[in-house]
Design a protein around this ligand. Structure first.
Ligand code: 13P
Ligand code: SF4
Length: 372
């Protein structure tokens, strides 16, 4: 194979196009990655592994050279999550890790709002996202200008925003929250009414868990809004004894029909401790693979929805991100200040000992949309 250029040809406009790399699977690569294959062998076939292994080894080598870390969200595919991720978790954990990391470079294996949050918490670091198009239907449902109009229309009512929003939106809000702490955040504001933006389903789920009156926005997660209470019943009928674990970005009746609901970290934690033989993680498709690596004794039934944004991140474009320092996420200094204050207000709340969950028995309460 002498003379073959195994590194893909790259011109400036080819960078980040996900063209497969054909890096050689050498003895060195094999020795450096065999232990990683042990972790992912149930979800990556032996046929796929040599090509992935060469790329994984190249990424892990570049990370050391550049003092870079990869923050990997629970929805990354298992080949990313378990082999090149340094810090893994839900949105709250990733925000905390970005704030605490001493790396020079953060590569966000997740979506754009997560990279922006990392930049706001660590403005001195280079924050890279492997694909600038990795967005989020919730983040794109609302702008900073929308929040300014809401504040004018509802003066004196505190505004909390879900972390799945742009830095512009965060900068306009009093505090940020994630699905790990939304009820705690809402109750921390000392108000009998709180505006919780922009996820109408999270808002409904939070309202059911608190006496605080919630107003919200008509945003939704395109992955979780698709699940229905009928899906849950059909799964119970088809798989007697199955444990059903849901996310609070789903409609309230889905959460009420399930055995558990919480953030992705809470879902994984509960699955691990449940002792279940059969379980459904009613969420993005990669979650079951990632949790199954740690708890192979659970048989996961896998109805799921792919998040097209999360799936934009690949081993190929992570390698490109590190090779070419792309795509750098920058946030305007004035926006950083406001967004950071809103995220920091959340991080300053007492850290729960176990990830917060949503009680499926909680009853529906009225939630109104804000009118602007
Ligand atoms: P968490 O990981 O915080 O539960 O968020 C889920 C999600 O949809 C992220 O985009
Ligand atoms: Fe956004 Fe939903 Fe995708 Fe998460 S899963 S990034 S909330 S669209």
């Amino acid at each position: 194979m002498d003379g073959v250029n195994w590194d893909k040809p790259v011109s400036k406009d080819q960078q980040g196009t996900n063209t497969p790399y054909l890096l050689p699977y050498t003895d060195e690569v094999k020795a450096a990655t065999d232990h990683l294959y042990e972790r992912v062998k149930h979800v990556v076939t032996p046929m796929e592994w040599p090509q992935k292994a060469a790329l994984i080894h190249a990424i892990n080598t570049l990370k050391k050279e550049k003092n870079a870390v990869i923050l990997a969200h629970n929805y990354m595919t298992a080949d990313i999550f378990h082999t090149v991720g340094d810090l893994m978790g839900d949105s709250l954990a990733l925000a905390r890790m970005a704030a605490e990391s001493d790396a020079d470079v953060i590569v966000q294996a997740g979506v754009h709002f997560m990279a922006e949050t990392a930049k706001c918490l660590a403005p001195e670091k280079t924050v890279l996202i492997p694909d600038m198009e990795a967005g989020c239907s919730l983040a794109s449902s609302i702008t900073g200008e929308d929040v300014r109009r809401i504040k004018q229309a509802y003066p004196g009512i505190p505004v909390a925003t879900y972390v799945n929003t742009s830095a512009d939106v965060k900068a306009e809000c009093d505090i940020c929250c994630t699905s790990s702490n939304a009820v705690q955040v809402v109750e921390s504001l000392g108000s009998d009414t709180v505006i919780l933006l922009p996820d109408q389903y999270l808002a409904k789920n939070v309202a059911a868990q608190t006496d605080v009156k919630i107003l919200t926005w008509a945003g939704s997660c395109e992955v979780h809004e698709q699940f229905t209470a009928e899906d849950v019943q059909d799964l119970r009928d088809a798989h007697p004894g199955v444990v059903i674990i849901t996310h609070p970005e789903s409609p309230l009746d889905v959460v009420q029909a399930a055995d558990f609901a919480g953030s992705t970290a809470a879902m994984a934690d509960w699955a691990r401790k449940s002792g279940a033989k059969k379980a459904v993680l009613l969420t993005e498709c990669s979650m079951s693979d990632n949790v199954a690596v740690d708890v192979p004794e659970i048989q996961f039934i896998r109805p799921c929805n792919l998040c097209p944004h999360m799936k934009k991140i690949t081993l190929e474009n992570i390698y490109d991100a590190l090779r070419f320092n792309q795509h750098e996420v920058d946030v305007d200094a004035a926006v950083i200040e406001g967004a950071r204050a809103s995220v920091q207000a959340m991080l300053d709340l007492p850290k729960p000992t176990v990830p917060a969950s949503f009680d499926p028995a909680a009853q529906e309460k009225p939630v109104d949309l804000v009118h602007v």
